[in-house]
Design a protein around this ligand. Structure first.
Ligand SMILES: [Fe+2]
Ligand SMILES: [Fe+2]
Length: 372
């Protein structure tokens, strides 16, 4: 894969130095086509997708190491041209590569072609009306994340690639309609609480962030942070995590430690975003800075993504069946959020959340008191 990145970067550099008909240009474009064909054959796949997330490059499910100059140049090149996703498919020929690399290097308009698909998240979020039907949350995207959660409990390693892809697919489906935050109800029947809860919270954070105009890689970072907020719970013994009834003493301490544990494991992970680490650490802190957990020596106002996560977190926890509680009605859960706004939760964000859920459920924006 490094070889392909080097070849594409070299071909773009060559194209900036020489005219289109220079033999060095056709030679370097030819190498791109050949290297791609070799990789696809080696991997037995039909295409390769590159994702640019901030400064990170994710290829299929792996966050690539930023080891070489070519790698950094490649990310810069794609970023400069606003490419956040690029899929290269089998069948790419020299002429098509030639046109693409020429446009990439020369600053001309970049367009998808039969074997090169380019994604501009900013553009797609703004063109809601023209998009196709929302992409389903297919098992193809959910299963690798489910497996990753299960594996983290065993060996404390976490491949970030599948999580990042899943969050992109959430963004795609949310860009159709806010109602997309609802299909997850079906998933809640599953017994893997932390996984299902994390998926739900990610969607709820994305819906909130998007409603404030956050988009592109920043929106993705919010969604990923929501997905990983409780990763530390996978270090808490299952007996404690699923215990019916109240947790006491040591059990409660273990449960509370999921914030610090989560932040610690994420900070050890190559490619983890600082925002994910902050949200794992802060999502149980109160908005008013009063003590909750982790216990801090000085007051700290949680960052915006953490404040959104704690609202989505509480809402999902209250409205989902858990071993230790019956779910509340959606309206009752919203009412509790409103009661705790200003103390536990940011009041502006709670008001916005109530509006979003009201819209998504087709209910009134405000929940009338008599319905609670
Ligand atoms: Fe939590
Ligand atoms: Fe949570």
């Amino acid at each position: 894969m490094d070889q392909l990145i080097i070849q594409i970067t070299a071909a773009a550099n060559t194209r900036t130095l020489y005219p289109a008909n220079h033999p060095s240009v056709s030679h370097s474009n030819g190498l791109v086509v050949k290297t791609l064909a070799n990789i696809l054959e080696e991997r037995q796949v039909e295409s390769i997708t590159f994702l640019v997330l901030g400064d990170e490059l994710v290829v299929e499910q792996d966050v690539m190491r930023k080891s070489s100059l070519s790698h950094r140049q490649f990310v810069e090149l794609l970023k400069r041209r606003g490419i956040e996703r690029m899929t290269l498919a089998a069948g790419l020929e020299v002429e098509e590569a030639h046109a693409f690399i020429g446009a990439l290097a020369g600053g001309e308009d970049l367009e998808s072609s039969p074997h090169i698909t380019l994604g501009h998240v900013h553009v797609s979020l703004e063109q809601e009306q023209e998009r196709e039907a929302p992409r389903d949350l297919t098992p193809d995207l959910l299963e690798p994340v489910r497996d990753a959660f299960a594996r983290f409990r065993v060996d404390h390693t976490l491949p970030l690639g599948p999580m990042e892809q899943l969050v992109w697919s959430f963004i795609d489906s949310l860009s159709q309609t806010t109602r997309s935050i609802l299909p997850l109800a079906k998933l809640k029947e599953h017994d893997e609480y932390t996984f299902i809860h994390s998926v739900n919270v990610s969607m709820l954070v994305l819906a909130q962030a998007r409603s404030f105009g956050i988009k592109g890689p920043m929106l993705h970072a919010f969604g990923l942070a929501g997905l990983l907020h409780d990763i530390g719970k996978l270090t808490v013994p299952l007996a404690v995590l699923t215990k019916p009834g109240k947790l006491e003493g040591e059990e409660w301490a273990m449960m509370q430690s999921h914030t610090i544990q989560g932040a610690w494991y994420l900070s050890e992970m190559e490619g983890a975003m600082p925002l994910s680490i902050a949200v794992a650490y802060e999502h149980h802190l109160r908005y008013d800075g009063e003590q909750n957990y982790p216990v801090l020596k000085t007051k700290r106002v949680p960052n915006l993504a953490s404040r959104m996560t704690s609202i989505g977190d509480a809402y999902d926890a209250m409205s989902t069946i858990r071993p230790y509680q019956q779910p509340l009605m959606r309206s009752a859960a919203l009412e509790i959020l409103k009661k705790r706004s200003e103390s536990f939760y940011d009041p502006l964000l709670v008001a916005n959340f109530v509006r979003l859920i009201g819209y998504a459920t087709g209910a009134e924006a405000e929940v009338p008191p008599e319905r609670v």
